[in-house]
Write a protein that binds this ligand. Structure first.
Ligand code: NAD
Ligand code: UDX
Length: 460
């Protein structure tokens, strides 16, 4: 039990897109707990302690300011904070492995293992260790083996508590979650630890939304949730290709299909494909797991979700090329949006990266604009020539032969497209990778408009 004015001390290892916002909400909702987020990256921690937070997420800044310095702290003193903690969330990154066995598929668990070893070395009292990172099934077993190795008499109880928030809506996803999932061992110590975590969430999450399962179900449910969500996107995107071939309209098809309550309306927005740090990585992880257990048909099924996602970008670029007279050499293309979705500056695995690389290979000139992601875009495209990064969309589009819209930022709907059209080369093309704009209005202005999964609107 913690000393002083707090009931318990929570430490979160990893101050990223998940660790920062999730712990901020816990600190907001549970003033009787001291919450400290630690990270090995000093610039990240410095940013969390400043007015300029390291990630852009609507509503986050106010919530950080509400608790920071009271019961919410950010620190690089990982060892000291581990030593003092009662409850430790592990929220470090688990990217796809890029080397050795399982490269390109398996999760790279080096950061998780380093964290586990550090927890073991610095613990003198019993602790609950919670997997917040997305991990392969049965990771808790490995964590436990590391934590209980050697002659340490400290007891660690491992829980799985995967995070389901989406970027851009992280705050409402966490304040009003569809569910909170807690996996534990079915032992006396497992149940005690589980109840400690339930107690934290019960500060604001209704009881019926707190789901408890065994450890492996919890770990697997996280991978499966992301796989199902991504699968819906690939399903509708595959149908968008049929729509383009047959002059059916993907918006109308998605509407009609989604009205079946068994199918549902959400996550049927056709587009250039899914991006973000999770979907591709977690499906690859699931595929690797299936192959490990020799479930090859199951692995093939899920692989196809990624194949269609890649196909969607390739198709989009081919369509641009064909529409613009089979050459893009020297043509200026304005890329509207680089973030993988609106309301985030995150560009991890954004389709815009694949698009810009392919357009560069076609020797096009690019001007990329985005309200929050230009710094990340510069890093992602480091080394590629012929790219300008321009904050103002009007300047980005000036003298361009076409606009390729990659991110459904709200502000792109209210731009003066007549002014943009007047400043562009003619014929002017617009490829709407998110079906985000008013296509008829753009056509009436003079654009040749190419939506996804709908017939193009052409002036010739
Ligand atoms: P991130 O890269 O933004 O943050 C991870 C942080 O961990 C980094 O700041 C890094 O410096 C730190 N770190 C790495 N090793 C460390 C160590 N040994 N000690 C201390 N700090 C260390 O990653 P993220 O997006 O926050 O994702 C974290 C986990 O949550 C991943 O497993 C991811 O799959 C999962 N997840 C992410 C999202 C999302 O939307 N980003 C949603 C749900 C789940
Ligand atoms: C996802 C999951 O939604 C979340 O539950 C999990 O915790 C982390 O991974 P995130 O990647 O942040 O969240 O955003 P999400 O809203 O799922 O969008 C992912 C990608 O799919 C974006 O590129 C988005 O543009 C795309 N998308 C989403 C579509 O193309 N069509 C849709 O209908 C929905």
């Amino acid at each position: 039990m913690s000393e002083g004015k707090f009931y318990k001390k929570i430490v979160c290892i990893g101050a990223g897109y998940v660790g920062g916002p999730t712990m901020t909400i816990i600190a907001n909702k549970c003033p009787n707990y001291k919450v400290t987020i630690v990270d090995i990256s000093k610039p990240r921690i410095d940013a969390w302690n400043s007015d300029d937070l390291p990630i852009f997420e609507p509503g986050l800044k106010e919530r950080v300011e509400k608790s920071r310095g009271k019961n919410l702290f950010f620190s690089t003193d990982v060892d000291k904070e581990i030593a003092e903690a009662d409850i430790i969330f592990v929220s470090v990154n688990t990217p796809t492995k890029t080397f050795g066995e399982g490269a390109g598929k398996a999760a790279d668990l080096q950061f998780v293992e380093l964290t586990a070893r550090r927890i073991k070395e610095n613990s003198r009292s019993d602790k609950i260790v919670i997997e917040k990172s997305t991990l392969p099934v049965r990771s808790a077993e490995a964590l436990e083996a590391i934590l209980h190795s050697g002659n340490n008499s400290v007891h660690f109880e491992i829980l799985s508590n995967p995070e389901f928030m989406a970027e851009g809506t992280a705050i409402s996803d966490m304040e009003y979650p569809d569910r909170v999932l807690i996996g534990s061992k079915d032992t006396e110590t497992g149940r005690i630890a589980r109840d400690e975590l339930v107690k934290i969430y019960a500060h604001w999450v209704p009881k019926e939304k707190l789901i408890t399962t065994n450890l492996w179900s919890s770990e697997l449910s996280k991978l499966v949730s992301n796989a199902f969500l991504a699968q819906r996107i690939s399903s509708i995107n595959s149908i968008s290709a049929i729509c383009e071939a047959t002059e059916a309209d993907i918006g109308e098809v998605a509407f009609a299909v989604g009205k079946d309550t068994r199918i549902g309306e959400k996550f049927l927005q056709a587009g250039i494909g899914f991006g973000g740090s999770c979907f591709r990585k977690d499906i690859l992880n699931l595929v690797y797991l299936c192959e490990y257990y020799q479930l090859n048909e199951v692995a093939d099924f899920w692989k196809q979700v990624i194949t269609i996602n890649d196909y969607q970008v390739n198709r989009f670029v081919k369509r641009m090329l064909r529409a613009m007279f089979n050459t893009l050499v020297g043509k200026k293309i304005a890329v509207f949006g680089f973030a993988f979705k609106p309301d985030t500056g995150d560009t991890r695995d954004t389709p815009a990266i694949y698009l810009t690389r392919q357009l560069c290979e076609e020797k096009a000139r690019l001007s990329i604009t985005d309200p929050h992601a230009l710094e990340n875009a510069k890093k992602d495209l480091d080394g590629l020539k012929g790219i300008e990064y321009i904050e103002d969309p009007y300047s980005a589009a000036k003298d361009a032969h076409c606009i390729a819209l990659m991110t459904a930022w709200d502000e792109y709907r209210s731009l003066d497209y007549q002014k943009i059209y007047d400043s562009m080369e003619k014929p002017a093309f617009l490829f709407d990778g998110r079906n985000h704009l008013d296509h008829q209005k753009l056509f009436d202005i003079g654009f040749n408009v190419f939506p996804i999964g709908k017939p193009p609107l052409l002036h010739h």
